[in-house]
Write a protein that binds this ligand. Structure first.
Ligand code: ADP
Length: 593
């Protein structure tokens, strides 16, 4: 950052780097490195719920997340489903992993073979948790299980912009892997890849190389796989796909948090966030999502025991190689002056297909003030990764040092944009996102995250969803039933009303009623289309009404789309500027003509 305020903040900053969450400070401008609600969203239970909604809609696309049940609420369901599958296939001998909600670093995690395991009874009484199918056949290297930590930058929520770091970390177990059996279930060094656990094993290997030891770069793993003939481009593209789909599952609720903390039209900061994705590769190379971390460790040192009980922090080459590049590029991408420069010198920036210019180029081409680029120059320049286009390239870092290009000594960009770059392939999955837009439109009171009964009725009316077979009384009952159930399940009792997940459930129900014969995702897509269609007609009508009323001397504020949206939230669900006769006219299109 340009300026640091170790003794307290006095002036507004360009970038705020919070340690824990968005709420660490009250901020009204600049950019914050945390999104409101992210910590809540990536907790094990919330993540499982968000992914499950997507699994219901798109089971094939979201089969990268193990089947999970939320405890204690879904214990009976867990027991029943396991019994059902076992009855159908007696040879199925599953293992399950139990993870306390909000836990980290392997804390409180254990494996079980059967829902009747006595430890589960203890968990049910103590803390909420997720019980998940255990992936029994992970890919092994040197006979050891390992996982991948990938860094992902969520640069913006709306429009959605996602970047993935070209290299990540691979964290190894420290005891040779065996498929789970009652004898080895409790061997944490065999089954759990957490660095924080394995560091305490006598077998942990600190290495000076990034391709050996208990923590390595992911690119070194890919190189090794490539040398054995594995199609690593496919592995990498499956990983990108997993990341985009997971972010798509998280964005709907993040948007609800966002509008609550940073209401549109009010001064406020924008947000970005570095996320840590933990991914397991199965033996067949399919990537599996383990979890998402909102505060991934950015430490580039590790503790070394000099003599018994005496520890010292020493630099960790592998952490440095991966993490410094992630922070450096995040700051480059979030550079508040970049947009200004892009506006002033569009040719320079467009020529390079959205790649950022190295500092030297920016200086010579645009004659920028030194002070303007300090945000980039102040970042540590580590060993160059020049020439690497992705982990699929097995060129060792620095291999292109002989490159005659004078910029070669500068580190290349390690964060690769994947969205909107691949938007076309993934946009069809953003159905819940569109539902969240509808939900937010009818929320009403600024700052609220829950929909009241009037807002829900207005939604039904404005989207023309009530009919002879769905009376408004039935709509009220639907609202009460679903809202009550969700409020008894979720811990958040801050405000009453219908949360987004409850709205999604109600939406699914309405879609199933209206479009009976279609598969669920088509039912839902059809209903979203229908709602958006009616709302756009309403907005057009409001614009016309607004224009004519302005001509008649009305206050101009009411004709803005925001003004129109706000008035849509009025109790009767009709724009105040439209008369009853306009409301009753047979079609909004006719009202426009
Ligand atoms: P924590 O936040 O406590 O680290 P994780 O969900 O990351 O919890 O799980 C800890 C470790 O357990 C992972 O790093 C991984 O090695 C192992 N693990 C977690 N879930 C599974 C699973 N479904 N199948 C196989 N191994 C798993």
């Amino acid at each position: 950052m340009k300026t640091q305020f170790p003794f307290g903040r006095r002036l507004p900053c360009d970038i705020y780097w919070h340690g824990v969450s968005f709420h660490d400070n009250d901020i009204f401008s600049g950019q914050v490195n945390k999104f409101p609600g992210m910590t809540e969203m990536v907790r094990k239970i919330t993540l499982s719920r968000a992914v499950r909604i997507m699994q219901n809609l798109f089971p094939e696309e979201y089969n990268f997340y193990p089947r999970s049940w939320i405890l204690p609420d879904e214990f009976q369901l867990f027991v029943a489903q396991v019994r059902m599958v076992k009855d159908g296939d007696p040879s199925w001998k599953p293992t399950f992993i139990v993870k306390p909600d909000g836990g980290c670093q392997g804390d409180g995690i254990y494996l079980i073979k059967d829902p009747s395991d006595i430890r589960l009874a203890g968990t049910l009484q103590s803390r909420p948790a997720v019980v998940q199918e255990y992936i029994c056949k992970p890919l092994l290297i040197d006979k050891l299980k390992f996982d991948i930590r990938l860094y992902v930058l969520l640069k913006s929520l709306d429009p959605l912009e996602i970047y993935i770091a070209k290299d990540g970390l691979s964290r190894f177990c420290t005891e040779p892997y065996q498929e789970p059996s009652p004898k080895n279930l409790h061997h944490v060094f065999m089954h759990l890849t957490n660095y924080s656990l394995n560091i305490h094993s006598g077998n942990f290997v600190h290495s000076d190389s990034t391709s050996t030891g208990s923590k390595r770069t992911f690119s070194s793993i890919l190189c090794r796989l490539s040398s054995k003939g594995v199609d690593i481009k496919k592995v990498w593209s499956d990983i990108i796909s997993l990341v985009i789909k997971t972010v798509i599952a998280l964005t709907p609720e993040l948007k609800v948090f966002y509008q609550s903390d940073i209401p549109a039209g009010r001064p406020g900061p924008t947000c970005f966030q570095i996320l840590g994705f933990d991914i397991l590769l199965m033996k067949n190379l399919k990537p599996i999502l383990l979890e998402v971390n909102a505060n991934p460790s950015m430490r580039i040192e590790h503790e070394q025991e000099l003599s018994p009980g005496v520890f010292e922090n020493v630099p960790s080459l592998v952490d440095e190689e991966v993490k410094v590049a992630v922070i450096r590029d995040t700051l480059r991408l979030m550079d508040p002056l970049k947009n200004k420069r892009e506006k002033h010198f569009p040719d320079i920036y467009m020529d390079r297909k959205h790649r950022f210019l190295p500092v030297s180029d920016r200086m010579s081409s645009s004659k920028l003030q030194l002070s303007e680029i300090s945000i980039v120059r102040s970042q540590p320049h580590k060993k160059p990764l020049a020439g690497k286009e992705g982990p699929s390239d097995c060129e060792p870092a620095g291999a292109s040092d002989t490159n005659p290009n004078p910029e070669a000594h500068l580190p290349s960009i390690c964060l690769k944009q994947v969205f909107p770059k691949y938007a076309k392939q993934f946009n069809y999955l953003r159905l819940v996102d569109r539902m969240a837009n509808l939900f937010i439109r009818f929320l009403g009171i600024k700052g609220s995250m829950k929909l009241g009964p009037t807002g829900f009725r207005t939604f039904i009316r404005n989207c023309k969803l009530s009919s002879s077979s769905l009376s408004m009384a039935a709509v009220d009952i639907l609202y009460i039933d679903i809202t009550r159930r969700w409020n008894s399940m979720t811990l958040d009792q801050r405000d009453s009303g219908m949360c987004l997940q409850a709205f999604v459930e109600a939406f699914f129900y309405l879609a199933q009623r209206k479009f009976k014969m279609l598969p669920l995702h088509e039912q839902v897509a059809s209903l979203v289309d229908l709602c958006e269609y009616h709302l756009s007609l309403l907005d057009e009508r409001r614009l016309v009404c607004g224009r004519s009323s302005r001509a008649g001397g009305r206050a101009p504020g009411s004709s803005t789309p925001q003004g129109a949206t706000r008035s849509a939230q009025q109790a009767d669900g009709h724009p105040p500027c439209c008369t009853d006769s306009a409301r009753k006219s047979s079609g909004p299109r006719r009202a426009l003509s």
